[in-house]
Design a protein around this ligand. Structure first.
Ligand code: HEM
Length: 227
């Protein structure tokens, strides 16, 4: 069996979804760490320096291409896997097991993933697009505008609410995703299953909570500054 044939089997697809998922988890940790510098009481200086380093580093720019590729593969392969499973289920069982055999969030990975994708499109339009391509449209654009852009973007309450919904979707998605990717790679053996499940849950709550606090904080800051 060659590689192409292997990755078209459901175990091959599961490995691709798990590997890209783990890569995206690492991205989330780094992204959260860099963004958390907005809480530093220095008007965004720490955050701006870190963002300038990330933006100007060639190796990180290459990883960014990998990141977008990982998002793409993760989404496509998950959708293919979900449709394969749905087809098999409709052929195999007369009665739907529903809540009896699995949790709501593990059966709704497609819906939650789609909500995250919609959030991501809006999010890239707010920050990544202007930061990478802002100078093409506005020659006076500077890197340190990223912090000001956050203050400006999160001044709008509806944007804060959409971001909070994005974080809730991310939390539900990770509740199943973290432990599931570990299981794919055989890390969740009988002995460590409970521990991995708990670590996955803590991660799934902590990271989205950190992310959620950022738009709320920036909203408070920008409305305080306006008064
Ligand atoms: C809710 C709080 C969040 C804030 C305040 C925030 C802020 C930012 C900012 C300022 C950038 C631009 C970085 C740059 O161009 O150097 C960015 C990029 C990005 N964000 Fe977020 N982010 C948040 C949550 C998330 C979440 C939950 C995800 C994923 C599900 C995500 C995915 C991305 C991606 C893929 C990029 C572009 C990749 C890159 O860093 O170059 N962000 N974010």
């Amino acid at each position: 069996m060659n590689w192409k044939d292997y990755f078209s089997t459901s175990i091959g697809k599961k490995i691709l979804v798990g590997a890209t998922g783990l890569f995206l988890i690492i991205f989330l940790v780094v992204h959260c760490y860099v963004n958390a510098m907005v809480f530093w009481p220095d008007n965004g200086k720490h955050f701006t320096d870190a963002a300038a380093f990330m933006g100007g580093n060639a190796a990180i720019r290459i990883v960014e291409i990998g990141l977008f590729a990982a998002f793409f593969i993760h989404i496509i392969q998950s959708l293919m896997l979900a449709s394969q499973n749905a087809k098999r289920r409709s052929e195999g069982y007369a009665v739907k097991a529903g809540n009896k055999t699995s949790k709501w969030y593990s059966r709704s990975m497609g819906l939650l993933g789609t909500l995250i994708l919609l959030f991501l499109i809006l999010h890239l339009y707010h920050f990544w697009g202007p930061n990478r391509y802002g100078q093409f449209f506005d020659p006076t654009w500077k890197e340190d505008n990223l912090y000001n852009n956050m203050l400006f973007t999160f001044k709008e309450l509806w944007v804060v609410i959409v971001y909070l919904l994005g974080c809730v979707s991310l939390c539900w998605h990770l509740m199943h995703g973290v432990a599931s990717s570990m299981q794919t790679f055989g890390l969740a053996t009988h002995r460590y299953k409970g521990m991995i499940k708990s670590v996955g849950m803590i991660f799934a709550i902590l990271i989205p909570l950190m992310f959620a606090s950022m738009p709320v904080y920036m909203h408070c800051l920008s409305t305080c500054m306006a008064h």
